[in-house]
Design a protein around this ligand. Structure first.
Ligand code: ZN
Length: 111
């Protein structure tokens, strides 16, 4: 099951008119809705989103804090999609670009 499918399942439960299962006598409670909602938000952050570029900074698309070049936002945990690398070089200095490539190279050597 992918994260997208899991989110769909949770939404089906949350949006269903039937909050009671006769066969086992289970009634969904407000607790169930709360944890299902939290699980859904957590799963959504696992789906990588492209970072957002402001005038001079690259920020998390979910919480708008600086993300540097890490795979996850360190504030909210949003997975960041860096697949369009060209995109982030438009407004950064050559030194930032070199630092980025050095970090990438070091990461691949450590794996
Ligand atoms: Zn964030």
């Amino acid at each position: 099951m992918t994260n997208e499918e899991a989110i769909k399942c949770i939404e089906d439960v949350l949006n269903s008119d039937y909050h009671y299962d006769e066969s086992i006598g289970y009634q969904l409670t407000s607790d169930d809705f709360e944890w299902l909602g939290k699980a859904k938000e957590g799963l959504k952050k696992q789906i990588p989103k492209k970072p957002r570029k402001t005038r001079s900074e690259i920020v998390c698309p979910t919480c708008n804090t600086l993300v540097g070049s890490s795979p996850y936002c360190r504030y909210c945990g949003q997975a960041i999609d860096w697949s369009d690398e060209w995109w982030q070089y438009n407004s950064i200095s050559i030194y930032e670009k070199l630092a980025y490539y050095r970090k990438k190279r070091e990461e691949s050597e450590n794996n």
